[in-house]
Design a protein around this ligand. Structure first.
Ligand code: AMP
Length: 360
């Protein structure tokens, strides 16, 4: 659907698919802008429901509920990339969907993502599509070992992937990862992981936040530190590649791009993943940017001018995973800004909140 270019007036309703912490933080940002949110999520215990004026608890394939939701909102956005394609199409036929269905389709399928990035000359790890064990053996012969075998869909926080270090591990990895097809990636000897959170609005204006340096623990983001300890040329290159991606997608909203930094005489960048939404590695923007990523996304999808992403201080964001949230008070000082997601049960591996710490 072609996008009308007039900004939504204050008081408009932004429909958000997904009720996790990202939806919650988007809803909080929207309310400061005088925008209302309507959150659609099948889970009645969704953290975003606590803070949104309107909600729908229904399955993503419930067309009656989806039609009523579309009727009640002015624009639809999403806070996770695994919204079923049929849901996105159903809604996009009724109301503007920002970011568009193309961004969803590409980012929810690793093969489509790699094909898209490669077609734009954006560096990715060497990869092969794997439909059979014979494909996997041929791919290993091409790419060498170690290599990483991944599902093409529904992978996150390291789920749905196996590192293959020896040829005799291939069959077990192939059988363990479902559904097929899979993708085999060459193992990247990266020095660090960085990310760029970038926004584009309906007028084609693009603004990127400073590069974050990310450390994972048990495959889950542990800290994001800004500025990243990288050469200025590497930071410029990361921002430039992120811009190529949002322009190529005719993207409207905030997008996260994760990179590997490959060491060398001149370090190079490889894109690991793109996420068509606000991103965990952008939570630091809340504490130190005039416009944080949540407000920026709302401004973009409402077709408002983007805000200034300039960073006013050095910062580190620490995720609070599982039980870590219980020790929150002891971890606070005058330089820290906590944000809890209101989740009742601190299960292992569950993101419960984060702390942004100013670094002086
Ligand atoms: P992903 O689910 O693709 O974001 O991967 C999760 C984590 O696995 C990344 O943050 C890396 O630490 C590691 N990883 C993924 N792909 C590769 C690769 N091709 N080479 C080396 N490490 C990888």
């Amino acid at each position: 659907m072609s996008q009308p270019l007039s900004p939504l007036p204050p008081g408009s309703t932004i429909g958000i698919l997904g009720g996790g912490q990202l939806g919650r933080m988007l809803s909080l940002a929207a309310s400061r802008l005088g925008l209302r949110t309507h959150i659609y999520c099948p889970d009645p215990a969704s953290p975003a429901f606590e803070v949104t004026p309107h909600k729908t608890v229904a399955a993503y394939d419930d067309e009656t509920a989806l039609a009523a939701f579309a009727e009640a909102v002015d624009v639809v956005t999403y806070e996770f990339e695994n919204v079923p394609a049929a849901t996105a199409e159903f809604l996009a036929a009724r109301k503007p969907l920002r970011p568009g269905a193309n961004a969803l389709a590409i980012s929810q399928d690793r093969l489509a993502e790699k094909q898209f990035l490669s077609s734009k000359n954006i560096p990715v790890a060497p990869w092969r599509a794997v439909e059979s064990l014979a494909d996997l053996e041929a791919a290993i012969a091409d790419l060498g070992l170690p290599a990483v075998l991944k599902t093409t869909r529904l992978g996150y926080d390291g789920k749905g992937q196996r590192v293959i270090r020896a040829a005799d591990e291939a069959a077990a990895a192939f059988a363990a990862l479902q559904p097929h097809p899979l993708v085999l990636e060459a193992f990247m000897p990266f020095e660090k992981e960085i990310s760029v959170v970038i926004a584009r609005n309906g007028a084609g204006e693009v603004r990127a936040y400073d590069v974050a340096e990310n450390v994972h623990r048990d495959h889950i983001l542990f800290t994001s530190t800004v500025p990243a300890d990288i050469a200025p040329g590497v930071a410029r290159q990361a921002a430039m590649l992120a811009k190529v991606i949002v322009v190529a997608l005719d993207y409207v909203g905030v997008l996260g791009v994760e990179f590997f930094v490959i060491p060398g005489e001149r370090p190079t960048l490889v894109v690991n993943e793109i996420a068509p939404r606000v991103h965990n590695s952008g939570h630091w923007t809340e504490a130190v940017c005039l416009t944080d990523q949540f407000e920026q996304h709302m401004r973009a999808v409402a077709l408002w001018p983007l805000g200034d992403p300039a960073r006013l201080a050095d910062v580190v964001m620490e995720n609070l995973i599982g039980d870590e949230v219980l020790a929150l008070p002891a971890r606070l000082d005058g330089d820290s800004q906590p944000h809890l997601y209101g989740k009742a049960e601190p299960r292992p591996g569950r993101k419960m909140g984060h702390i942004n710490r100013i670094r002086r």
